[in-house]
Structure formats: structure tokens, C-alpha cells
Design a protein around this ligand. Structure first.
Ligand SMILES: NC(=O)c1ccc[n+]([C@@H]2O[C@H](COP(=O)([O-])OP(=O)(O)OC[C@H]3O[C@@H](n4cnc5c(N)ncnc54)[C@H](O)[C@@H]3O)[C@@H](O)[C@H]2O)c1
Length: 381
């Protein structure tokens, strides 16, 4: 018999869909001890939250997240709302003795992130931050090659996270473009994922120098309408208060040099989350838009045959791949969330928690400081 863990989720749109799907499919693919139960979903508009509950398979709904947090039949509170709500909900959930899952970035600021981390520690509850890209089998396999020393000393970590969904100047002023709601722009929304991959694969950041830019300063009012789509509401124009793009370089504690770019103005790049690692004995490169593949180069390959080989990470030996389909039968974006939840619920692998969220937020803060001060900034320990 599997142990039932009762989930209460706050929010129900883009990430609400990804998480709902992952809870449902987790016991289907993995023979673990835990079975998540989709107990209740919370949202502010009754008709919309009821529809979401019906569509995504939740047993019940609430129109106030506070009620959901207080419910006796909820074990885990999952927060898939905009960033300015994470801290209040997470701290209330921890105080109510619930385990907490939060989407990234953890908070609006380093200070707020630390308060959240304190709250989960004080109340002795489990905590997870959803850096799902770590859990693509190809990324996990890259980690294994690095741990096995196959690349030797690492010289470079190079990451770009490129999107283009807000390039139209008439794309609305969604929550992602308001500092008081999102904390930062491309930096915290997508750069945070590259930062997490860097911390996962390479190690801790030491210092940073970077710059941000906002290309379109004003936009028509509107809101997200699912995925990365949005609709205008014709109530006028407002100011964009976050970065549209960021570029920074970093030194890691282990001497690796990092190069990062995150932008929503890279036309033609829908979700190009890429990294390349260069070490003394070889190189690795990965691209989310072709996420099953890992390009691998070893400098001791036979002369004349040297170059990147492309490994389809769908074999039994590739982490998590064996839970799905036979070799060559590829998986997708949604499976990264299933793998992440498997690590969390079953304690089957290290998973990103609020401490990772705090360390990630320290890097975000250092990038913003560096851009403001136009100088190198040490990353807060
Ligand atoms: N891990 C990933 O790959 C990934 C991808 C996208 C978004 N995210 C993160 O997930 C979180 C949610 O993003 P999204 O894209 O799903 O947003 P979204 O706009 O699609 O959905 C937000 C949901 O929160 C609800 N909501 C908004 N304000 C609220 C409030 N004040 N109180 C209660 N509910 C509120 C909305 O009704 C909606 O259901 C963000 O923190 C974002 O950074 C992570």
C-alpha cells in the first residue's frame, strides 16, 4: 500500500497545470512509497478555480488560500502563484505544520527568502523549490560525468536562457513585468534557472559583474492567460519596472569562469535554455529545446575522430530515463517535474530546497547590485 500524501495547491494556471499533471503521473511511472492525492486547489475567482479543479482532477477547491493552509486534510502546500505571494503563503503553511513546495524564484528579495527558509526550519517541515530543469535525464547524466571526473578541472560554464514572448511592444504589462510582483524580470524568471543549473553542476558563485536593460519601458495593461500568453484589458498603459534582459559574468569558488545571458528579446528562441561546460578533458552542452540529447566531447578520443558526439539520454543507464519508455522513445518538459517530485517525496536523490532558493536569490541580488553600481559584487554567503 502506498502512503497517501494530500496536496493543497495555490494557483492553477501555467505551473498549476505542470504540477497537477506531475502529481497524477508520479505513481503511474514510479513504483515509490508515496501517492500524491490532489485534495484541494485554491484561487481567487470561484468559477475559474472550480473549472480548474474539475479539469485537472482536484477533489475540492477554496477561494481563499488561508482556508486551504488551515485544512486538516492537507499535508503539503504547493505554491504556484506569482512571486510576491510565495513568502506569505509559505510561512503560513510552515506555521500550520505543512510541508511546502514553492515555484522559483523563492522570493522577491534575499531577506524575504531567508525568512522563508527560517520558517520551514523552525517548523521542521520539508521544503522544495521547483528547479525542474535539473531533472532532465540529460542534465542528471551531465552531473554524473562531472562527478566521475570525466571532464577534469572545469574552466568554463556558459549559459543562455533565451525567450522572445514579450518582444511585441503591445504585449501586455503582465505580472512578470512588475517589480513589486515579480522581484526582477528575465533575471529572476529565467536567469534563476541557469543559476540553479550552474550551482547544481559546477558549485557556488563567488563574485559577479553584470548589467541589465529594459528595452520597452511602457506597455498596455493586461494579464497572463495561460502558458506564456496574455491578454490586454484596454485600461491604459503602465511602466515596465523590471529588466527585459541581463548579461553577467561570474567567478565560482572553484575557479570556474561563468558567462550568463537571460533575455526575452531573442527573436526566434522560444525557450532556449542552454549551457556548455568546458573542462581540461572534455566538454558538455545541453539545450532544453532538444532536452533528451547531451553533446559530449572527450579530448582523449582517437585523433581524427575528435568532436562532439550526441548522446540520446533515453537508455536505462541515464538517470530517470528507465522509468518511462524504451531507448529512443523521448520524454518532454512535463517529465522534469515528475522526476523532481519523485526525488522530493521518495528522498531518492538530492533535490533543490529553500536553502538552494536562498543561495539562488543571493546571486540574483548580486547581479542587480552589480548592474546598479557598475562594478564587481561578492555573492552574499
Ligand atoms: N519551473 C518553471 O519552469 C516555471 C515556469 C513558469 C513559471 N514558474 C513560476 O511559477 C510561478 C507561477 O507562474 P505561472 O507562469 O504559473 O503564472 P500564471 O500567471 O500562469 O498563474 C498564476 C496563478 O496564480 C493565481 N494568482 C495570481 N495572483 C494571486 C494572488 N495574489 N493570490 C492567489 N492567487 C493568485 C492566478 O489566478 C493563477 O492561477 C511563478 O513563481 C513563476 O516564476 C516556474
Amino acid at each position: 500500500m502506498k502512503k497517501e500524501v494530500r496536496i493543497g495547491m495555490v494557483g492553477y494556471q501555467f505551473m498549476g497545470k505542470a504540477h497537477s499533471h506531475a502529481y497524477r503521473d508520479l505513481p503511474f511511472y514510479f513504483d515509490g512509497k508515496i501517492k500524491p492525492v490532489l485534495k484541494a486547489v485554491a484561487g481567487r475567482k470561484e468559477a475559474a478555480v472550480k473549472d480548474a479543479a474539475d479539469r485537472m482532477g482536484w477533489e475540492s477547491y477554496e477561494t481563499d488560500w488561508r482556508k486551504l493552509v488551515e485544512r486538516k486534510d492537507i499535508d503539503v502546500v504547493d505554491i504556484v502563484t506569482p512571486n510576491h505571494t510565495h513568502a506569505e503563503i509559505a510561512i503560513a503553511a510552515a506555521k500550520a505544520g505543512k510541508h511546502v513546495i514553492t515555484e522559483k524564484p523563492l522570493a522577491l528579495s534575499l531577506e524575504q527568502a531567508k525568512e522563508m527558509h527560517e520558517a520551514v526550519k523552525e517548523n521542521n517541515v520539508k521544503h522544495l523549490i521547483c528547479h525542474n530543469y535539473r531533472f532532465a535525464p540529460a542534465v542528471q547524466f551531465a552531473k554524473k560525468l562531472l562527478e566521475d571526473g570525466r571532464l577534469g578541472r572545469i574552466y568554463h560554464f556558459r549559459a543562455n536562457y533565451l525567450q522572445d514572448f514579450i518582444m511585441d511592444p503591445d504585449f501586455p504589462l503582465i505580472w512578470r513585468l512588475k517589480k513589486e510582483v515579480s522581484g526582477s524580470g528575465a533575471l529572476g524568471d529565467i536567469g534563476a534557472h541557469s543559476i540553479d543549473l550552474a550551482r547544481f553542476l559546477i558549485g557556488e558563485f563567488e563574485e559577479i559583474v553584470g548589467t541589465t536593460e529594459t528595452f520597452i519601458k511602457e506597455r498596455p495593461a493586461g494579464e497572463m492567460s495561460g502558458g506564456l500568453s496574455a491578454s490586454s484589458d484596454a485600461s491604459g498603459y503602465g511602466e515596465v519596472t523590471v529588466d527585459d534582459a541581463v548579461a553577467f559574468i561570474s567567478r565560482f569558488e572553484n575557479g570556474t569562469l561563468g558567462t550568463f545571458e537571460a533575455t526575452r528579446f531573442a527573436g526566434g528562441n522560444r525557450n532556449k535554455n542552454k549551457f556548455e561546460i568546458n573542462g581540461e578533458k572534455g566538454s558538455l552542452r545541453w539545450d532544453m529545446e532538444d532536452m533528451n540529447k547531451l553533446d559530449v566531447y572527450f579530448s582523449d578520443d582517437e585523433e581524427g575522430l575528435q568532436g562532439f558526439r550526441t548522446v540520446n539520454c533515453t537508455e536505462e543507464v541515464h538517470p530517470y530515463a528507465g522509468a518511462y519508455w524504451p531507448a529512443g522513445h523521448i520524454i518532454g518538459y512535463e517529465h522534469t517535474f515528475i522526476n523532481l517530485l519523485h526525488a522530493f517525496f521518495e528522498e531518492s536523490a538530492p533535490y533543490p530546497d529553500f536553502e538552494d532558493g536562498v543561495k539562488n536569490q543571493a546571486v540574483l541580488e548580486a547581479v542587480e547590485k552589480s548592474s546598479e553600481q557598475r562594478q564587481w559584487v561578492s555573492v552574499s554567503k
